[in-house]
Design a protein around this ligand. Sequence first.
Ligand code: AMP
Length: 144
Amino acid sequence: MPTPAYDETNIFAKILRGEVPCLKVYEDDVALAFMDIMPQADGHVLVLPKSPARNILDADPQMLGQLIARVQNIARAVKEALAADGITILQYNEPAGGQTVFHLHFHIVPRWTGVVLRPHTGAAERPEVLEAFRRKIVAALKPL
Ligand code: AMP
């Protein structure tokens, strides 16, 4: 089965166009990062490219190189800000692969020894809680 075409009505495309708000962590000409509203752990951040890609299967490799450098930099800030023991990076492709929003994104999920992940697309977190984590992460971010 070929990868379906990019659909610009997806929720992340709307966030990128400024039509839907987000709790922004980082933005430059390549990427936007914001808090996941249904976090699998405290401090769960999503990083997406500004250019349209449905997922990793149709993404431009050069863009992926630039994007992963942002993922690494933000992951370092998340680990420091949340005093995490580790970080899990997740990236889902197509419905059978667990993808629910069809604009490429990487999940940065802080981990602590013995703490189990909450479900993918589970309960929504309160905005004030997300905002508190967002502030800490932004404060820990270093220039690329
Ligand atoms: P997936 O496409 O399965 O990799 O996951 C999409 C992720 O986006 C899930 O973790 C959702 O909790 C998250 N999500 C969905 N809508 C929003 C939104 N409006 N703002 C922030 N995160 C979102």
